[in-house]
Design a protein. Structure first.
Length: 165
């Protein structure tokens, strides 16, 4: 992404530059960053994903790397069909489809990009992801668990997506 002057765009001061910076923050700080960010455009194409597990702790980065290597590598967005596929397992196999659209967040009732699995996935139909662009090409995501298992709706995990250039 570049600015009007042709120079590379960068995150405003105090904004994370990459997923590693998000892992260093607390859950409260991440939620505040999400609330302070615009929805951004629905991404297009390939993204690299990072599970933000135990943010702000010494266990977060190594656990997030291990979980990512084993289970989830990111997402591939398809603007023409308004959906995406998750890249799963060590080889990044495209699977687990979700619809994409803009709607108000369950966290703060402001617009975000929703990744909705309820009508597209038997495996993940109880999940709703919300993302906002926290720096150019870097999205912070919230994973909501929905249904009786979660007592209605509950924020269960955070993740980061970096749009591939």
């Amino acid at each position: 992404m570049t600015t009007l002057s042709g120079a590379p765009a960068s995150a405003p001061p105090g904004r994370p530059q990459d997923a590693g910076a998000l892992l260093q923050r607390s859950k409260v700080s991440l939620d505040a960053l999400f609330q302070d960010s615009p929805p951004g455009d629905i991404p297009s194409g390939d993204t690299t994903g990072t599970i933000v597990f135990a943010p702000g702790t010494v266990y977060g980065p190594p656990t997030s790397r291990a979980l990512g290597a084993l289970f989830w590598r990111g997402k591939i967005f398809h603007p023409a069909t308004e959906d995406l596929h998750n890249k799963i397992l060590p080889f990044g196999i495209p699977a687990v489809r979700a619809q994409t659209y803009v709607q108000d967040s369950w966290l703060d009732d402001r617009p975000c990009v929703v990744l909705d699995y309820s009508k597209t996935s038997f495996v993940a139909g109880w999940i709703r992801d919300e993302i906002r662009e926290v720096a150019p090409g870097l999205y912070l995501g919230l994973v909501w668990g929905v249904g009786r298992l979660f007592g209605g709706r509950r924020l269960i995990l955070r993740f980061a997506l970096k749009v591939e250039s």
